[in-house]
Design a protein around this ligand. Structure first.
Ligand SMILES: NC(=O)c1ccc[n+]([C@@H]2O[C@H](COP(=O)([O-])OP(=O)(O)OC[C@H]3O[C@@H](n4cnc5c(N)ncnc54)[C@H](O)[C@@H]3O)[C@@H](O)[C@H]2O)c1
Length: 343
């Protein structure tokens, strides 16, 4: 992983736990010497770990049973695997493994685990906060207030009865639904997800509807599907136009799920409010209208674990290493056949 995050992801107590379990390479590894990245192309350890970390020496890679990976890990491709005959598990101390785990890893029967569960909690809580503000039309109200307008009591919106449309019963989407159900507010929860049956939605506490019906009925739409070819512009201009006046869009998933230009137009007209932790493109160029619209809260992709929360990812990964060594099932196991529908 990137050496600058090692102390955040794996602070000393977690490294001590690992050291009690296994022989741990003493320095942060940033590449495998197969020419995929970093300074060590050619496979020979320079012996001089610089501020960017070090190449894993060929003999150490050949002896490695488990790779504990994190943000910045180079691709685990055929060239790396050819030099890692013992490799049996890749335990990722972050969310998606799509950036570095190549199909060859699964083809060789190597176990793969992700700490996406540990990253979900902060995103769920961030989303809940956005929904709570949206249910009170906090941004639109603040924009009016800046112009000297106070909402009449009869025009003020409350959360009771607010219709929340959740797109995607992903781990984060399910977490959001569970927390909405536990809230004091009596939300009505709609769910759009092609992989969920009406019975499963009802068991979660939501009504399964089509994305179009969700947009027609919702006061707040919150997006939690993965970035996949079929979710590109899932909220396009046509669906955004289905939303009622004063509705809000919350996106803590991925920017590509929403048509940025169409949403910008809807927000600039004042018809919709938006709470966006992710955008397309990301980062948004300086001067983009979304930076300055008073009814848009734009945050720089901070909904997931950050700062003091990042060690949750390391703790999850170390617990996975412990489980793997004890021969127990991995809680965060990622299977190749799930890849087409997961983040
Ligand atoms: N803002 C952040 O910092 C942050 C952090 C973590 C994750 N994320 C994003 O949050 C989203 C959810 O992550 P996750 O780990 O909960 O996902 P996940 O891997 O658990 O999601 C998989 C599920 O999404 C649903 N899904 C798949 N295709 C769909 C479609 N076309 N329409 C509706 N639902 C569909 C299915 O239920 C599937 O099982 C992803 O986009 C992820 O990239 C953002």
């Amino acid at each position: 992983m990137r050496p600058d995050i090692v102390d955040l992801v794996l602070p000393a107590p977690l490294r001590d736990r690992l050291a009690a379990l296994a022989t741990v390479h003493p320095r942060p590894v940033t590449d495998f010497g197969t020419g995929t990245s970093g300074p060590g192309a050619g496979g020979v350890d320079s012996g001089a770990a610089d501020a960017r970390g070090t190449t894993l020496p060929a003999d150490a890679l050949a002896a490695t049973d488990i790779l504990l990976t994190g943000w910045g890990c180079p691709p685990l491709d055929a060239a790396v695997l050819a030099r890692a005959p013992r490799l049996a598990a890749v335990i990722h101390a972050a969310g998606t493994v799509k950036g570095h785990v190549r199909p060859e890893v699964w083809q060789r029967g190597i176990a793969v685990s992700s700490a996406a569960d540990a990253n979900a909690g902060p995103v769920v809580e961030f989303t809940l906060a956005a929904i709570w503000f949206a249910a009170r039309r906090a941004l639109g109200g603040a924009a009016d207030y800046h112009r000297g307008l106070l909402p009449a009591y009869g025009d003020r919106r409350g959360a009771d009865g607010a219709v929340v449309g959740v797109i995607g019963a992903s781990r984060i989407g399910r977490g959001v639904i569970a927390r909405l159900r536990a809230a004091t507010a009596a939300y009505r929860i709609l769910l759009a997800d092609p992989y969920v049956t009406p019975e499963q939605a009802a068991a979660l506490g939501a009504e399964l509807v089509s994305p179009d019906d969700l947009c027609r009925a919702a006061d707040i739409v919150t997006v939690h599907a993965p970035d996949l070819p079929e979710t590109h512009h899932l909220l396009d201009a046509r669906r955004l136009a289905l939303l009622r006046n004063g509705a809000a869009v919350v996106n803590t998933a991925r920017g590509r799920l929403v048509d940025t230009d169409a949403l910008t137009r809807e927000c600039a007209s004042g018809r919709l409010d938006a709470y966006l932790d992710v955008t397309d493109p990301e980062p948004l160029p300086p001067g983009h209208p979304l930076h300055s619209l008073p009814n848009v809260l734009l945050t720089p992709h901070i909904a997931g674990a950050q700062g003091t929360e990042v060690q949750r990812l390391g703790a999850y990964a170390v617990a996975e290493v412990e489980r793997w060594i004890r021969g127990e099932p991995l809680l965060g196991a990622v299977r190749a056949d799930e890849l087409a529908r997961i983040a």
